[in-house]
Design a protein around this ligand. Structure first.
Ligand code: P6P
Length: 339
């Protein structure tokens, strides 16, 4: 909802449009949300502000470096991974609407204080692309919001965190680069916010709502693995490079949120498929692919595992991985046809 539209609706504001303004305005699509989504989004924004500050002051705050731990994914944990995870956990555990959370950094889901009013659960990738953090490459945080399916009279259980992506009531990501952005959807379009100098996330004036180009300008894949690729993947990437009118350019930051965000704005497709080294691909279905697939579809794009839409996959384990082709509709459809 741009400032111009609000003005047209007689809701003139000399202030920029904040997350609260925007969600209250979007609330008409979610009468059941009763302020819960606003509360959750404001909590997430509070965490993102803290992560952004810590990242910007990393040199002085000693945020660089490893914790010495290996997480459930088998990956080395950097200090900011742990700080981001602990911040999301602490802030969300205090939200009266959140019953529990699951995270790429947590072995299993974390139930919060049982309370019938706590009707939502969250999934997080608290810090995606963190191995790039000490090289000043943009990183991000990814989140999903679901209504719990277990009885509100009991503590959450695993079924709450194994819902299809199609069941999400909200999803989004934060981008921590030379600026800090929030991109989110609650199922009625994709909206773009910037963290301003007053510390508030405000709706972008340049691009308040994101619709992704149907055609790709870029393709994002780690070509170092091409010797392990199956033949149909080799052929697809070759096709992207040699499309007659506008061949794609390669852009691969090694940070999913960074590659996804650029492709969403400019048109592009990100691939991380099964190969001989990664039989299920690398990316995590629940904390990375479902939220980004919700965003991609809401922006007019598509996301597939090569057989079906990502959002229609029934998760069977918390940290399961999935092959993925995600981004501009034309190239995702072309991949599906090429199989
Ligand atoms: P590779 C980061 O660990 C991540 O999950 C994504 O952010 C990124 O796109 C991908 O892995 C990079 O993986 O195997 O190309 O180094």
């Amino acid at each position: 909802m741009s400032a111009e539209t609000l003005r047209a609706n007689g809701q003139e504001s000399i202030l920029p449009i904040s997350i609260t303004d925007h969600i209250l305005n979007e609330q008409r699509h979610h009468p059941e949300a009763t302020g819960a989504l606003t509360s959750i989004m404001l909590g997430l924004a509070r965490v993102a502000r803290r992560i952004s500050k810590t990242a910007r002051e990393a040199e002085s705050s000693g945020a660089y470096g490893l914790t010495g731990e290996i997480n459930v994914q088998g990956e080395k944990v950097i200090k900011l991974d742990k700080q981001a995870n602990d911040l999301f956990k602490e802030v969300m555990s205090k939200d009266p609407h959140v019953a529990g959370f699951a995270s790429e950094e947590e072995t299993t889901f974390v139930p919060f204080k049982p309370d019938p009013k706590r009707k939502y659960v969250l999934w997080f990738d608290p810090l995606d692309g963190s191995s790039n953090f000490d090289t000043s490459v943009t990183i991000g945080s990814i989140f999903s919001i679901y209504q719990r399916v277990s009885s509100v009279e009991e503590s959450v259980n695993e079924a709450d965190f194994l819902q299809k992506g199609r069941e999400q009531v909200g999803a989004g990501y934060f981008v921590f680069g030379f600026d800090t952005k929030l991109v989110y959807t609650t199922g009625n379009g994709v909206f773009n916010f910037n963290l301003d100098s007053s510390g508030e996330f405000v709706l972008s004036k340049e691009l308040p709502q994101i619709v992704t180009p149907e055609e790709s300008m870029y393709y994002s894949v780690n070509e170092a693995y091409s010797p392990q690729w199956f033949p149909h993947v080799v052929a697809f990437v070759e096709m992207l490079k040699t499309m007659p009118e506008k061949p794609c350019s390669a852009r691969y930051a090694g940070s999913l949120v960074t590659d996804f965000h650029r492709n969403l704005l400019k048109g592009g497709v990100y691939l991380y498929l099964s190969d001989k080294k990664h039989p299920e691909g690398k990316l995590r279905l629940n904390c990375e692919l479902n939220p980004l697939a919700f965003i991609a579809e809401q922006a007019g794009g598509r996301a597939t595992n090569g057989e079906m839409d990502i959002l229609d996959i029934q998760p069977t384990s918390l940290h399961q991985r999935s092959p993925v082709v995600i981004g501009s509709k034309n190239e995702v459809n072309a991949f599906l046809k090429s199989k």
